[in-house]
Design a protein around this ligand. Structure first.
Ligand code: SAH
Length: 391
């Protein structure tokens, strides 16, 4: 097997569990390098690091799969996915969960979402793409699924020299899948929905709104298929109005409301949230609870400032739309905006809006997306509830 020796200076980071090795951290390579193949990695002093896959086309040249000198084969993937499932079950997930969350499950580049008997997979790097058949086989062995679908229509694959694609990895099936979450029903369009079809990362946080929405008039912005809003209705809100820029999402949100019998309480319309929030702020509209869950505003360090301006803008407007003593429920899934920076931004929005805020809850993503300390990008979601009152 091809052997890769690292430079001296990276040893500390790698020794502390980080699985990525950048191209400029490699000292020498012994043997042929076939893109996407498994290599043995050694520290500068020739002590073994582990095994991983290499792709010199990517900035991250090697991603480690193991710290042992074990063989990477079908059984390796079967065992890793079994372990990931055991972990999810242990922490309380049965029907729907992110079964594999890349680096956090020691399977860099791999995402698998489980929607009861259906699975959606993303193989985001060449080295993991090569094991796609083994991964599908492992899912078949462990779950005997009703269907497996690939949502590899993501631009990041192009950085690895891969094409964007989507389609069945099992016999074809109806890609509109009904799931249950916290006692509510949702249709998930795994073929045409956003990302893998559904945002499982907020599934625990959706329960957190229960105590604050009883009898409330609720506004939701960036609703996608209406998950938070349908929870609000189910938890006793008097009225819920949701907006999203995507017509398709709004159509599904209204269907989901009807599916739960909340069509009289919950209504969704397609509009741009930036414009709508600004307009309603000017009109001095008021709600008991305002919920914001925008998409990631940036993926590059150069535009973090722009992202922060965006967060400040919508949260400032959101707070001003909250009645005195009401609540703002706000999220950020931008990886590069740290929890500290997010909270600072909310504080700045409150100052400008001349509001006093009191923190009710501050959380990360659902526990089926584990956070590994030392692997920063596994800690990406910020979820905050604050009480908002006048100065
Ligand atoms: N709250 C949802 C997830 C929201 S994802 C859930 O828990 O399932 C972010 C959503 O913001 C997407 O549905 C996207 O269509 C929408 N969006 C993006 N830009 C927008 C804009 N300017 N105005 C309104 N919605 C927008």
């Amino acid at each position: 097997m091809t052997k890769v020796y690292l430079k001296r200076k990276i040893a500390y980071r790698i020794a502390n569990g980080h699985p990525w090795i950048y191209g400029n951290e490699i000292e020498t390579i012994e043997g042929e390098v076939e893109a996407g193949s498994i290599v043995e990695v050694y520290f500068h002093d020739k002590k073994p690091v582990g095994r991983g896959y290499i792709n010199q086309k990517s900035q991250i040249a090697i991603r480690l799969l193991t710290r042992k000198s074990e063989e990477i084969n079908e059984t390796f993937f079967l065992n890793k996915i079994k372990q990931a499932w055991q972990y999810r079950q242990k922490i309380g997930y049965t029907e729907n969960c992110r079964l594999v969350f890349g680096e956090a499950d020691y399977l860099p580049g791999l995402v698998i979402d489980k929607f009861n008997d259906y699975f959606v997979i993303q193989t985001l790097s060449l080295g993991i793409e090569k094991w796609k058949d083994a991964i599908v086989k492992a899912l078949e062995t462990i779950f005997s699924p009703k269907g497996i679908y690939e949502r590899n229509d993501v631009p990041v694959r192009e950085l690895e020299g891969l094409t964007q694609q989507k389609g069945f990895l099992s016999n074809p099936f109806d890609t509109n899948v009904l799931i249950n979450e916290n006692g509510f029903k949702f249709m998930v369009d795994i073929e045409n929905g956003q990302k893998t079809g559904y945002f499982l990362d907020q599934q625990d946080n959706r329960r957190a709104i229960e105590p604050i929405v009883k009898g409330a008039n609720v506004l939701g912005a960036f609703t996608y298929t209406g998950t938070f809003e349908i929870h609000a209705a189910g938890y006793g809100a008097k009225s819920v109005f949701g907006i999203d820029v995507s017509e398709q999402a709004v159509e599904q949100a209204n269907k989901n409301a009807a599916l739960n019998g909340f069509e009289k309480i919950c209504r969704f319309e397609a509009m741009n949230a930036f414009d709508a929030l600004k307009k309603w702020d000017r009109e001095e509209k008021k709600y008991d609870v305002v919920m914001l869950d925008p998409p990631a505003f940036t993926k590059s360090r150069e535009s973090i400032n722009k992202a922060v301006v965006g967060y400040k803008e919508i949260n400032l407007r959101g707070m001003k739309l909250v009645k005195n003593g009401g609540f703002l429920v706000t999220s950020s899934c931008t990886n590069l905006v740290s929890p500290e920076l997010f909270l600072d931004t909310i504080a700045a929005a409150a100052r400008d809006a001349k509001k006093k805020i009191r923190q009710v809850t501050f959380k990360a993503q659902a526990s089926d997306h584990p956070i590994i300390w030392g692997i920063e990008n596994t800690n990406y979601l910020k979820f905050l509830i604050v009480e908002v009152s006048s100065m």
